[in-house]
Unconditional design. Sequence first.
Length: 148
Amino acid sequence: MFMKIIFSIALAAVLLLNVAHAENKPAIQMDTLLKSSQSWDGKKYDSYPSGPPELTVLKITIPPNTTMAWHKHSMPNVAYVVSGSLTVEKKVGGEKKIITSGQVLPEMVGEYHRGITGKEPVELIVSYAGSVGMPLSEPENNENKDLH
């Protein structure tokens, strides 16, 4: 009986120490930066591409005073602005949106668009959800196939 009491006290002390220790650790924090079923212009995503999935994450640095070529994507993708300010523009209709450091942009699928930087470079982390063998972007005219 005495051993059961000692064991219970020891177990309670260990549990209390673990709780006290856990309370002193910083909590894991999660902030939702984006949750969307549509691109920045309000067009709903229809579906993911078929075939074996392939995820790609790129770090893209765009120099200051750069106007990217018109291009489109065939897969959903999202851009996180690490630094700088980027103006995105739709070819049809000319709609524009400015995204800055810390913001996230759900990219367009199947619509030509481009990015325009200002006086500072822009650093992006872009995540693509495609399938094996799919190009990440398609230029309006086939001059440069790496436009993102």
